[in-house]
Design a protein. Sequence first.
Length: 160
Amino acid sequence: MTGCAIPRNLKLTFFADKLGGVADEETKEKLLELVRGDNWELAYLACRSLSKTKFQEEGLDVIFETIFDKKNKTVQGAFVQILEHFDLSNRFVDVFKVFLFGNYKASTLAKVYLDEVEFDVTPRTIRKAEKHWNHYLHNPEDEGSVAVKKNQKSNLCCRK
């Protein structure tokens, strides 16, 4: 896992989309297994298939686990990029966590989702996001990133 060149073969994405359109319970389980697997390119295509199924929520649970799996640190961006094919409206906390703790590409893409997706936010959602924010403030990777994230967070919270 040295680089992160997202599979762009149109035939592969075409068939991944087709598979997602006909996926049943057994197919879903195999796709989730692929997402958890060691081949990130197959995992990416499995995510693409899951985005076309009625199993999106289950798929998102596994995709967010995969994003935070240390073995995927170098390819986090690919998994975050595939999220554009999913309904993220109920995933504010997960996306915010990627924004805080993801690598540069993952964090940048998460910021775009935070800016563009209309999230369903409840008081509980706010409490959970504050918990992650406080954890980030007390455990930053480097002090410079804290100042940048504080500025970006205030821009998120104060938009009209």
